[in-house]
Design a protein around this ligand. Structure first.
Ligand SMILES: Nc1ncnc2c1ncn2[C@@H]1O[C@H](COP(=O)(O)OP(=O)(O)OP(=O)(O)O)[C@@H](O)[C@H]1O
Ligand SMILES: [Mg+2]
Length: 235
């Protein structure tokens, strides 16, 4: 199986004055292209910490993370920000949709922001926007929300919001989507619908996902689950 990400002897400590809290103590893990990998472990064990490091939102204390042989731990902050925008989609437990924008706008915006970084003529900008809205509509349709395009987040259920967040994470065709407790605050039946969407997107688009959860139902459906125990991976 082809590797997308290789995590090599990753360490992460947090410091409080002189006191060192060692959270990750030598994580080694391969993430394969097109897989759904589930990461489980007790509360406080370092799951979110690991996901933040993979997502380039924080830097390790020691060790390396390779994306297709590129060592991202060697990147500057600017390079990391660019890499993150291009290569990584995020879905968090407490959906971070912008309340004053519709579902369609929330999804399209991620693409418009990315497009706007390059020098463009007015005409190109107009075409880009059209493309962003069309792609957003298509993605919302594919997560079962074609009837909810103009709803605001407050008018959507928890599961619907989470599906909007998934559509948004996909719009820039990331190499990987990182999801931290994506079903953490929604009921069982709604969770099932969100998981169906993740599996469907994985199968149709070969999208790679890394999902952090304490929810054993997610890992039961997952093809591969690893556990973090005492700062390391126990398969
Ligand atoms: N920015 C930080 N500064 C100091 N300590 C932190 C920081 N972030 C996390 N920690 C500590 O690191 C440990 C791991 O936290 P993390 O959020 O990764 O756990 P988790 O496995 O995601 O837990 P949960 O399942 O409850 O979400 C915890 O003890 C936490 O208090
Ligand atoms: Mg967490």
């Amino acid at each position: 199986m082809e590797n997308l990400i290789r995590i090599d002897n990753l360490h992460k400590s947090f410091y409080d004055g002189d006191a060192e809290l060692k959270v990750l103590k030598g994580v080694n893990l391969d993430i394969h292209k097109s897989e759904i990998l589930t990461i489980m472990g007790a509360s406080g064990v370092g799951k979110s910490t690991l996901l933040h490091l993979i997502g380039t939102l924080d830097r390790p204390t020691d060790g390396n993370i390779f994306y297709e042989d590129q060592d991202i731990t060697a990147f500057s902050d600017i390079e990391l920000a660019r890499f993150r925008n291009d290569a990584i989609g995020f879905v968090f437990q407490f959906h971070q949709l912008l309340p004053e924008f519709t579902a369609l706008e929330n999804v399209a915006m991620a693409r418009i922001i990315r497009q706007s970084k390059k020098n463009k003529t007015d005409n190109e900008t107009t075409l880009d926007r059209k493309d962003a809205y069309e792609t957003a509509e298509h993605l919302l349709d594919s997560v079962g929300l074609s009837e909810r395009l103009s709803h605001f987040p407050s008018q959507l259920s928890g599961g619907e919001r989470q599906r909007v967040a998934i559509a948004r994470a996909l719009i820039n065709q990331p190499k990987v989507v990182l999801a931290d407790e994506p079903t953490g605050n929604i009921d069982d039946k709604t969770s099932e619908a969100v998981l169906d969407v993740l599996n469907d997107v994985n199968e149709r688009l070969n999208q790679t996902f890394i999902i952090v959860t304490h929810d054993s139902r997610i890992s039961e459906r997952a093809k591969r689950t690893v556990h973090i125990v005492d700062g390391r991976i126990a398969e």
